[in-house]
Design a protein around this ligand. Structure first.
Ligand code: COA
Length: 249
C-alpha cells in the first residue's frame, strides 16, 4: 500500500499521508516520498502551492516509534527525516495544510512551516518530545516562540500540553477552524485563491515574511544534533519501549 499519495488538484499539489491503520505515523519511506513531492512540485511551474492532508481523524501521529526504537537500539537511522525537514523549510511555494484529529510531533511541527493551516474542532496539536526523552525538531524551537510567544511555546514544546484547534487559532498558530465536512473544500479553496495571485509577487511576499532562512536551517541542524544524541539516551529508549509494551498489553 502506498502510504503517501501525491496528486495534482488544479494548481495545487496534494501530499496526502495515508497510513490510517497507524494513525499516519511516518516511516522513512513516507518522509522520502514527501521530500520528493515537495522538490518536484517546487520545480514544476504548473504547481502553485503544496497541500498537506491526512486521513479522517488522523493528520499524523508523528514519527513511527518503532523506527525511533531501532535507532535507540543502535540501528542506522537514515537521512530521510532530515532531507524532508530541509525540503519543508526550504519549500519555495506556499504550503497549505488541513488537519483533522491527531496531530502529534511532526504532525504538529510540520504546520509551523505552512502558510495557512485549517484544522477541525476535534483536532489537538501535541508535541510530547520531552516525555519521549527527546527535544523539538523541524525548527520548532525557533518557529513556535515566534508564532505563539515563548510561554505558550514552552507549554507546547516543554510540557507537551495538547492544544485544541480553537486555542491554536486564538494563539495565531493556525489560520482557521472548519468542520470536518468542510475541511478539504476550505483547503482547496485557499489553494485556488493562491493560484489566482501573481506568482512572482506572492513568492517575493512570502520570502519577505518568512523567518530568516539561514537561521532556520541552522536551528534545524542544531536540533538534529541534540535529537540524534537524545534518541540514544536511556530516557528515550525507556519511553519507546513503554509505548511498545502498552500495545502488547
Ligand atoms: N509510531 C508507531 N505506531 C503508532 C504511532 C507512532 N507514532 N502512533 C500510533 N501508532 C499505532 C499504534 O501502535 C496502533 O497500532 P496497532 O493497532 O498495530 O497496535 C495504531 O497506530 C493505532 O494507535 P492507537 O494508539 O490504538 O490509537 P489511539 O487513537 O488510541 O491513539 C495516539 C492515537 C496517536 C494518541 C497514540 O497512538 C499515541 O500516543 N501514539 C504515539 C504518538 C507519539 O508519541 N509520536 C511521536 C512523536 S515525536
Amino acid at each position: 500500500m502506498t502510504h503517501v499519495l501525491v496528486e495534482r488538484r488544479g494548481a495545487a499539489q496534494l501530499i496526502r499521508m495515508n497510513r490510517p491503520d497507524k494513525k499516519n505515523a511516518l516511516t522513512r519511506p513516507m518522509y522520502a516520498a514527501m521530500s520528493e513531492a515537495l522538490l518536484a512540485g517546487d520545480a514544476d511551474p504548473a504547481v502553485r502551492c503544496h497541500v498537506f492532508l491526512g486521513v479522517p481523524g488522523a493528520f499524523c501521529a508523528g514519527n513511527d516509534l518503532a523506527d525511533f526504537l531501532a535507532v535507540a537500539q543502535g540501528h542506522e537511522g537514515g537521512l530521510e527525516v532530515w532531507s524532508f525537514l530541509e525540503a519543508l523549510a526550504g519549500a519555495r511555494k506556499p504550503m497549505v495544510s488541513g488537519v483533522d484529529g491527531i496531530a502529534v510531533g511532526i504532525g504538529t511541527t510540520l504546520n509551523l512551516h505552512c502558510d495557512l493551516t485549517f484544522a477541525t474542532p476535534r483536532t489537538e496539536f501535541r508535541t510530547p518530545f520531552v516525555d519521549l526523552g527527546l527535544v523539538p525538531e523541524a525548527g520548532s524551537s525557533l518557529l513556535a516562540p515566534l508564532l505563539i510567544g515563548r510561554q505558550q511555546a514552552f507549554a507546547l514544546l516543554g510540557l507537551g500540553e495538547g492544544i485544541p484547534a480553537e486555542r491554536a487559532m486564538a494563539m495565531g498558530m493556525i489560520y482557521q477552524v472548519v468542520d470536518e465536512a468542510n475541511l478539504e473544500a476550505a483547503v482547496f479553496s485557499a489553494a485556488e485563491r493562491i493560484a489566482t495571485k501573481p506568482a512572482g509577487a506572492l513568492r517575493a511576499t512570502r520570502d519577505l515574511m518568512r523567518a530568516p532562512r539561514e537561521e532556520l536551517f541552522q536551528r534545524i541542524r542544531e536540533e538534529g544534533a541534540v535529537f540524534a544524541e537524545r534518541l540514544k539516551s536511556e530516557e528515550a529508549r525507556a519511553a519507546f519501549l513503554a509505548f511498545m509494551a502498552r500495545k502488547k498489553g
